[in-house]
Design a protein around this ligand. Structure first.
Ligand SMILES: [Zn+2]
Length: 392
């Protein structure tokens, strides 16, 4: 048996007046997603346990079958794992975004979708601050890591994408050390050569760092231990790769995978083909529906869903020619609303077909169709278990 899960990050949404009261998933041309639903079943799943925020870390670990209540220690430890940082006891990892703050307002949580190359130069400058207490590590694009020793963070640090176009003063860390690091970083970034080049090129400078998502080391049982299978993860996003590392999966780095529209879809698909030769399970993650929704750009979100349908799901379906026992599941990790530009709570629609899956009545994949099916799965852990072992 071969298993593929293709995640369209944040693709679930609301019914939107401008789309004739359809959701972006309903409005977009998605023949391949519909094929998955019509060859199997479509239903709703509750990926985010009560009390957890609807973040991509919680959603993706839940889809991979890890109950966040048992295994989630924070978002940054997962991303730290993805860039090879092994946290020791007593160490806390925090997400360190490069952001643009103008006149005290969060202008851009991604410093103008800064490239990894440009960001690395900036992180190098910040690493001048490295000391016994804390260290900066370069990740990708605007997503980086700060590791701090022996710190107790008693507050919930707000993600910068939740305070777009908002005054940051109310969301500053109260922890003195973190506030001090942020201040020192601001001074370095004000004089950073790479920022001067960015401004000269008409790009947004990384004026500040934004620290959030902290946590201590996470230890997961592997897929081999749990299901006697092996797997691979294909994603542009450190967070998703990190869950793969912690789950003992092979993590593939696809050149040109950007996490945005026009990402290297063909590269991800050929990686998927390679990985299916070696492993039982491949997890392909596409970030663009989430990013475009964070921008509040409805047309781009629809485009992102259509690209995911055509270049990922359509190509995965073609693999049925090689693997007739292939099981395929499609779903988002959480809804991301174009209207609010951020993640939303609530269940998400999934569609799945395979040897262990009955054929239901759904002919399309959408929020509405999933609700109408009456199929409700209580957790990601349960959904993954049914996907691998059967029992729908
Ligand atoms: Zn997400």
């Amino acid at each position: 048996m071969k298993f593929v899960i293709a995640v369209g990050d944040g693709m679930a949404d609301e019914y939107i007046d401008r789309l004739g009261k359809k959701s972006p998933l309903e409005y977009a041309e998605t023949p391949n997603l519909d094929f998955v639903a019509s060859r199997g079943i479509c239903g709703m799943v509750d990926l985010i346990p009560n009390g957890f925020p609807p973040g991509s870390d919680i959603g993706n670990m839940s889809i991979m079958g890890y109950n966040p209540k048992k295994y989630h220690t924070g978002r940054a430890p997962i991303e730290a794992a993805s860039i090879g940082i092994k946290l020791a006891d007593g160490e806390t990892a925090l997400r360190c975004n490069l952001v643009t703050i103008s006149d005290g307002i969060m202008n851009d949580y991604s410093a103008g979708h800064i490239t990894t190359e440009s960001a690395n130069k900036i992180i190098k400058d910040l690493q001048k601050l490295n000391c016994d207490k804390y260290r900066f590590y370069a990740g990708t694009q605007y997503r980086h890591i700060l590791v701090v020793k022996n710190i107790k963070i008693k507050e919930t640090l707000t993600p910068p994408h939740d305070i777009s176009a908002t005054a940051v003063a109310d969301f500053e860390p109260k922890n003195e050390l973190l506030a001090d690091i942020r201040k020192k970083a601001h001074e370095i970034l004000a004089n950073c050569g790479e920022n001067k080049i960015r401004v000269a090129n008409g790009e947004k400078p990384a004026t500040d760092i934004w620290l959030w998502g902290g946590g201590t080391a996470a230890r997961y049982p592997s897929l081999r231990d749990r299901y006697s299978i092996t797997g691979a993860v294909i994603s542009a996003v450190d967070l998703v790769k990190g869950i793969g590392v912690l789950a003992g999966m092979e993590v593939v780095n696809v050149p040109g995978a950007t996490g945005y529209l026009g990402t290297n879809y063909a590269g991800k698909i050929s990686a998927c083909r390679e990985m299916l030769k070696k492993h039982d399970f491949v997890y392909i993650h596409i970030e663009a529906p989430d990013e475009t929704a964070h921008e509040g750009n409805l047309n781009k979100k629809i485009q992102a869903i259509e690209e995911y349908d055509k270049f990922i799901v359509g190509e995965v379906i073609k693999m049925l020619e090689e693997y007739e026992d292939l099981s395929v599941m499609v779903l988002p990790d959480h809804p991301t609303y174009v209207r609010t530009k951020t993640h939303a709570e609530g269940m998400v629609p999934f569609a799945v077909f395979g040897k262990n899956v009955p054929i239901g009545d759904s002919s399309v994949y959408s929020e509405r169709s999933a609700k109408q099916s009456g199929i409700v799965i209580k957790s990601g852990e349960e959904l993954f278990d049914k996907f691998i072992r059967g029992g729908f």
